[in-house]
Design a protein around this ligand. Structure first.
Ligand code: FE
Length: 199
């Protein structure tokens, strides 16, 4: 099997936000799509390790901010490479709230879509949420960013070096050394050794 074929599927990149009581939080996801227009429904797929996942399980509501091609790597570091269990991701600036009182990203984002969960499907490492679209708004004219655009233009290029090593395919971090330990976790984005490739 040619696993590279899997990279020919197209994905976007999104900031997924939720609110549980006074707690706001958000994470990065790459799987969100409209599945029916009447009724207007979307699915999102979220890794169970994300704190935002547990908040949506409890509250059944979320916003999806559709990142644009203007997005910077800092947004991925801020929302994707640290956990809301350890830090308050919303304290650095104030974010606007949608009708559902959940924050959304109003810059580097083409639109936001609010969802109310109808059902959850356990997918092992992830949960797939099916949701009614309760609100949505276009925020700018910039093109929505695709995962391949992120890979080519937003993720920092690995620093050139003669040393052998392994490159994280998610964030570009370089591990220098002949053998990458099987249980290695990327210190930047926390992805496992399976997301590294030899350079
Ligand atoms: Fe990484």
């Amino acid at each position: 099997m040619d696993k590279a074929a899997m990279y020919k599927l197209t994905y976007g990149l999104f900031v997924l936000t939720a609110k549980d009581g006074a707690k706001d939080n958000g994470c990065i996801i790459n799987t969100a799509m409209q599945v029916t227009t009447t009724p207007n429904r979307i699915i999102i797929v979220v890794n169970k390790q994300n704190y935002t996942h547990d908040m949506i399980m409890k509250t059944k509501e979320f916003n999806v901010s559709c990142l644009s091609e203007e997005v910077t790597f800092d947004i991925f570091k801020h929302f994707g490479f640290q956990s809301g269990r350890d830090v308050d991701k919303m304290e650095s600036r104030s974010y606007p709230r949608a009708e559902n009182d959940i924050v959304y990203l109003d810059e580097m984002s083409s639109a936001y879509i609010s969802g109310k969960v109808i059902s959850e499907t356990d997918m092992g490492t992830h949960t797939m949420f099916l949701a009614d679209v309760t609100d949505a708004k276009v925020l700018g004219e910039a093109e929505p960013v695709s995962y391949s655009y992120y890979q080519k233009h937003i993720k920092p290029a690995p620093q050139p070096s003669k040393n052998v090593g392994w490159v994280c395919k998610i964030c570009g971090y370089v591990y220098e050394g002949e053998d990458l330990p099987e249980d290695f976790i990327c210190p930047i984005c926390k992805h496992p050794a399976s997301d590294f490739e030899r350079r």
